[in-house]
Write a protein that binds this ligand. Sequence first.
Ligand code: XBP
Ligand code: MG
Length: 254
Amino acid sequence: MSELQAIIFDVDGTLADTERDGHLPAFNQAFAEAGLDWTWSAELYGELLAVTGGSERIKHFISTHQPAMPAVADLDGFVRHLHQQKTRHYVQRVAAGGIPLRPGVARLIAQCRAQDVRLAIATTTSLPNVEALLVKTLGADSMDWFEVIGAGDVVPAKKPAADIYHYVLQQLGLTAAACIAVEDSRNGLLSAKGAGLKTLITVDDYTRGQDFTGAALVLDQLGEPGRPFKVLAGDAGNAGYVDLALLRNLHGRR
Ligand code: XBP
Ligand code: MG
């Protein structure tokens, strides 16, 4: 087994709890602005999250929940416009603050940088959303800390397809064996595992209870000194928070 050389992070649900207070209200704002009487509840949104990608999610909603919607001449264009407006609202919300990083995220990223472990991102969300979150929470130069940011439509098939992880690995010039992925959802796990990556899961309110068979370790959060994680599946030894020592240990296991 080669040395651990890079950590590949998911964004939504993993770096921050962005869905309920960020994406969901942004979708609803875009719908209202377009004169649509669609309002997604937090519960419905939990179901719609099974479909990754905002445009894909809107299309899925139309086909499953709005069968009587009058035909639109250019459905793709209609959805693309709605999703652009949603992205605008999301970016504004994040830039206004109020969506913090999850516990341990900033600490782990700082430790990776200090020890020259390479950083990358593999996400389904759109690039402006990633930039807004990183800049607001980690500072203006933090986009440069991540050698590769694989986001949104850079690959045709979103998670649970493995394409985004294949793309990031190829851009890093590394094999899956040299990296670990950090994810929060089953779709993310399937994507990372599909590319051959060992995967650490930190669940959130929307993903707790999903099937994480095949994950290296399943935790409720990365944890901090004095704020230990709970182990939901797997063996974390004596560790109470995720640091590079624990990631190297997970990476070295068969
Ligand atoms: C995130 C997503 C995204 C966001 C919305 O999944 O599915 O679609 O919900 O962002 P993951 P966009 O964390 O697995 O990458 O509207 O920009 O798609
Ligand atoms: Mg996620």
